[in-house]
Structures are given as C-alpha cells and as structure tokens.
Design a protein around this ligand. Structure first.
Ligand SMILES: *Cc1c(COP(=O)(O)O)cnc(C)c1O
Length: 470
C-alpha cells in the first residue's frame, strides 16, 4: 500500500500542466502559485483527516483536481479590486457603489489631464506659478452666485476645516434636530469635537425655535451652524429655523456671528421644479448663509470633493490656513469638477448622469427593461417579467422621495432568489440587484442602454453555467 500523503504532487509538477501554462497568460504567476499552494495544503489536510478516501488516488488524479481548482479560481479572478459593476438597485447615488458616475466629458477631461502635464499650478500668461484654487473658483462663482469658493477632498473635510479654521475654542450653536449621523462614519458632533469647536446644542429633536438660538448666544459664540438632515426626515410636529431666520437673529445681536450651512448634497439643479424633493439649491442657501459647504459627488454629479462657497473674507481665511494644503484636491478631481461645472454653465445638465437618471421618466426606464427582456427570453434557464416599483436617489439625499420606475423580476428554474442574487454578484461583471417580494429585481433606472448587452451576458452566463459554477 502506498502512502496517500506521498501521492501529493509538488508545485513544479502542476506548473508543467497545459492548464497552468494557459492560465499564466492572464494571471500573475505569484497568484497562480498561491492557489496551487492552497490547494495542495487542503489536500494534505484532507488526507490526514480522511485517509481512507485516498487509498486509490494517484498523483495524476491529484494534479487533475488541482488544475480544476485553478480553473474555478480563475473564473472569479479579476486583476483589479476596484471593479466596474452594474447597478441594478435603481439607487442613483449608491454610496457603496461609488456615488455619482462622471459625465463623458468629465471622464475625458480626467484622462487628458492626468496623462499629461497641465496648468495645475501654472499661469501660462505670466509664465510663473499659479494657484490651483483659481482653476474652478470662477466657475463656482458663476453657478452659485457666491463671492468666493474653494474645494477640498470631500464635504466631511469641508465641515471639519470650517469648524477648525474659524471656530476652534469658540462656541458653535447647532439645533439638536440637526446633530445627524451620515453614512455611519460622519457625525456632526464627532467632527465638532475633533475640530475643538465647542458645541452648544439647542432645542429638541423635533422642534427648535428662534428663541432657542437667541438665548444661547454669548460673547463666545462664533457661529450658528445649520446641518441639512440629509438622510432622514422628521414628520409631524416639527419646527426648525431657516438660515433666513438665523440671519435675522444675528443681525439683531450686533455681534459678528458666522452663519454656516452644511448642505450635504448641495444641488445646483432645481429638482423641485420637476416635482422632485425639496432639496435647497446652493444659490438659495447663499442668500442668507455666510458660508455653505456641499459634496461634489452627490446631487452635483461630479467627483468626490467638498465645495466651500461664501463670503470673500471667510474663504480667504480658509485658503491661507495650513489645513488648506492638507485637504487639497488633486488634478483628476479638478479636471472632473471643472468639466461638470461647465455643463451647468452651458445648460447641459442632462448630460450629467446623476441629473439624467434622477429625472428619467418611467417610460424611458420601461423601454430599457423591455429591450433587456426581449433578448433574455431566448434563454430558457431564466425567466423574467416586467414590474413597476420605486427607486431612490440615495447618497443620503431626498430620503423620502420615491421615483416611479420599472424593472425586471428574474426567476430561475435552478436557483432560489438568494442564490441567484449571489450568483449575479459573483459574475465577471458583478450585477448588484435588490429583492422585491422575495424575487431578484433589476431596476433599469440606473442601467444605461449601453450596459444592457453586458447585463444580458452576465445573466445568461450565470444561469447557463449551473454545473460549472456550483
Ligand atoms: C453627505 C454629507 C456629508 C459628508 O459629505 P462627504 O462628501 O460624504 O464627505 C456631510 N454633511 C451632510 C449634511 C451630508 O449629507
């Protein structure tokens, strides 16, 4: 009787196989070798535990099993961890899926700017050093009607920066109804603590009145801060003071108190005019607030960034602060943001995917769902039917706003809904779906016409490779 453990092949024996040679064209050998090691190690352990199963297993059998394992691994292999996915959730600003997609123009500008030298900090007219702030300040002034503007890494950074640079060791008054947590990692109170501004909470969770602010103002008060409660809505008996109300209060005090509004989403496009939500546009907020901050990759539809607009003296103070260097954005962000803002200026908002997808009519969504379904029906393993539903804007914006939408319910003969959902996620181009009434549902609001072919391929592959993938 041979020792089963001695029939385990060595690494180099597997490396001689055709399977290995073929896979090594597409997969780094370091990774292939790690898979072989893992497979050999598993075999060794299994032999030690279940020796009786291995009495008749030859070295050739082992090699075949290991190469099968390599093929299985390679089916899921992607050289990149940051991968394109198909967003079938219908949530336009899906924070886990990268929020806003860039417009085609913005994307091209990123490619052009990052592949070349650029005028990032160079004034070509004077032939000397320029400022990266100048690149988009003018554009921001035009689209928001502000006096001055600057850009930092994201809106959380903007909030921290504003509090730190303007209010360290000073009192900042915030309504208890606005001490929000966004996305699990951004809490107004925590950021405030980090910045060493002194938080003065006023009012209650549902109601804060003008007198609450008035009574809290002292000689130490530096700022009244207003936070857009992006991801939730208080309903019923509620009262909050608008920035207009805050302005009135500060005017009555004769003190120099800054009014800051953290808008969160900060829309530049008036979605309300299309009957969608009641999101304040930045221009409106600036009528009363001295400084306003918002995200670049929420409703604006650009790259991740924190945009700060407002009074010249305040923004100039921020630009001179050492943290401005710490929080500065790179050329790719500036390229994408400049292109996106240009699209607002030229009235090309509908070319910005976020705006386009939020405004998309349910009939347009339906026609995409139908195109998909017509082509899917040629495949017998999976069936689909059109269903209407609601999609959300996401990214913590307009949480109660339901957008009428259409999608396709997928039903497989072989898989439960949960298995199907998982298989779709595990494909070469992951398809992220959601559940509706216990079935896998693909919402076509967030899928473009161009993506339908890839989606079809993914769905068909998952549903026809039953044995291979299991
Ligand atoms: C989203 C949001 C933030 C954080 O912005 P990021 O760009 O994600 O850093 C801060 N404040 C409010 C009100 C928000 O909605």
């Amino acid at each position: 009787m041979t020792q089963p453990i001695r029939s385990i092949p060595a690494m180099h024996e597997v490396q001689k196989t055709d399977v290995y040679k073929k896979l090594s064209n597409d997969i780094p050998t370091l990774i292939l070798n790690n898979w072989i090691k893992a497979s050999i190690e598993n075999t060794r352990k299994d032999i030690l535990n279940n020796r009786e199963n291995y009495e008749d297993v030859s070295r050739i059998d082992h090699i075949r099993k290991i190469t099968e394992y390599l093929i299985k691994q390679s089916n899921h292999f992607s050289p990149f961890r940051l991968q394109k996915v198909i967003n079938g959730t219908g949530t336009v600003l899906h924070t886990n899926l990268g929020r806003a997609r860039l417009s085609e123009t913005a994307m091209k500008r990123v490619v052009e700017t990052s592949a070349n030298y650029s005028t990032l900090e160079y004034d070509v007219e004077k032939g000397e050093r320029g400022s990266r702030h100048d690149i988009i300040q003018d554009l921001l002034l035009k689209v928001t009607n502000s006096e001055a503007a600057m850009v930092v890494n994201n809106n959380s950074a903007a909030v921290y920066f504003i509090l730190k640079a303007l209010c360290q060791d000073k009192e900042v008054i915030v309504s208890r109804g606005e001490l929000v947590e966004i996305g699990g990692s951004f809490r107004v109170s925590t950021i405030m603590e980090e910045s060493r501004a002194k938080l003065v909470e006023v009012g209650t969770t549902n109601k804060t009145h003008e007198f609450d602010y008035k009574n809290a103002i002292t000689d130490e008060t530096k700022m009244l801060m207003k936070v857009h409660t992006s991801n939730f809505k208080t309903v019923g008996f509620t009262k909050e003071v608008s920035s207009k109300g805050l302005k009135k209060i500060t005017q009555q005090t004769n003190k120099e108190i800054i009014i800051y509004e953290d808008l969160g989403s900060g829309s530049l496009y008036p979605f309300q005019h299309n009957g969608i939500g009641d999101e304040p546009v930045v221009k409106e907020a600036l009528k009363h607030a001295d400084v306003v901050s918002f995200s670049g990759d929420k409703l604006l539809g650009g790259p991740q960034a924190g945009i700060i607009v407002g009074k010249k003296d305040i923004i100039n103070k921020l630009k001179k602060h050492p943290l401005a260097r710490v929080l500065r954005v790179d050329k790719m962000t500036l390229a994408a943001l400049e292109a996106t803002l240009q699209q607002y200026l030229f009235g090309q908002e509908l070319q910005i995917p976020t705006i386009r997808d939020v405004l998309q009519s349910k009939d347009d969504v339906l026609s995409k769902a139908m195109t998909f379904l017509e082509n899917l029906n040629q495949n017998s393993n999976v069936g689909g039917e059109i269903a209407s539903d609601f999609s959300y804007v996401g990214g913590g914006t307009m949480p109660t706003e339901k957008l009428q939408t259409y999608g396709v319910i997928l039903k497989s003969e072989h898989y439960s809904a949960n298995q199907l959902e998982k298989k779709l996620r595990g494909g070469e181009t992951p398809v992220i779906t959601r559940m509706k009434d216990g079935h896998v549902f693909i919402d076509f609001r967030t899928i473009t016409t161009e993506e339908i072919d890839v989606l079809l391929e993914s769905v068909k592959k998952v549903c026809s490779n039953r044995d291979k993938l299991q």
